[in-house]
Design a protein around this ligand. Structure first.
Ligand code: BEZ
Length: 255
């Protein structure tokens, strides 16, 4: 599923806010002791472990082998599998499927395969609780990268899918998942890494946008992106960048 190159140490140490904000989504899941939960796109397993702490039997899946290796090393008592959500064959019924900051890596045209899998995985009455980047997510950052690419004759497909509520809720419903909550909201997100936080974010999460760009041009593009965004997204007092995150968060139940 994700084509991004993932460095699990860098992901945990330099971008820990992903799991910190994800704690809210675990709160929305409200895992109950004795439940079975599937964590779709579990990354390095931080939230899988938080879910397991509620006395839940949880299985974490992720398409990136490096992430799953790190998750297994950090949480040897938990179950993690390398699996593409589009092709995953669930073993038994789950009370809930959970996903944080992963579904936006699935291309638009592949969401029906993922939602069919979620429907198959859920027991009757089971819930799908998820958050992903929503319409307009990181658009200022993406537009700045695209403008710098265009100045050098490059173009790039978007590596992400950021749907609106109006677009995603009907997709859930078509797969037998009744939407009980869905909200799109701005969540400006302070990046880690101080002065170099924005370029580190682009290199970690937007690497595919820079595919085929030479090392020298990559540096020039990142300098240019910083120049374009500094007036609005950099705070000289704190020395930190804030990215224009927007989240789509929903709860849907299998009828
Ligand atoms: C997000 O969590 O919204 C996100 C992460 C990486 C790239 C794009 C969006």
């Amino acid at each position: 599923m994700p084509e991004n190159e993932w460095d699990p140490d860098d992901y945990d140490e330099g971008h820990g806010f992903v799991a910190e904000y994800g704690a809210d989504v675990v709160g929305l899941l409200a895992p109950q002791p004795g439940e079975r939960v599937l964590d779709l796109g579990c990354g390095t397993g931080t939230l899988t472990a938080a879910i397991a702490d509620s006395g839940v039997d949880v299985v974490g899946i992720d398409a990136a082998e490096s992430m799953v290796e790190q998750a297994r090393e950090s949480y040897p008592d938990l179950t993690f599998e390398v699996a593409d959500a589009r092709e995953y064959e669930p073993n038994g019924a789950f009370d809930a499927v959970f996903s944080n900051a992963a579904l936006h890596w699935v291309p638009d045209e592949d969401h029906d395969a993922v939602l069919a899998m979620v429907d198959e995985a859920l027991a009757d009455g089971g819930r799908f609780v998820a958050e992903l980047g929503g319409r307009g997510n990181v658009s200022r950052v993406e537009n700045a990268v695209r403008a710098e690419l265009a100045d050098r004759g490059y173009d790039a497909d978007s590596p992400w899918y950021f749907p609106s509520v109006g677009e995603y809720a009907p997709r859930l419903e078509r797969h037998g998942l009744e939407v009980t909550e869905a909200v799109l909201f701005d969540r400006p997100t302070e990046l880690e890494g101080g002065e170099s936080g924005l370029r580190e974010w682009v290199e970690m999460f937007g690497d595919e946008l820079l595919d085929g760009v030479s090392e020298a041009e990559r540096t020039a593009i990142l300098d240019g992106v910083e120049g374009r965004l500094r007036p609005d997204l950099y705070d000289p007092e704190t020395g930190r960048w804030t990215a224009d995150y927007r989240r789509l968060r929903f709860v849907a139940r299998k009828a």
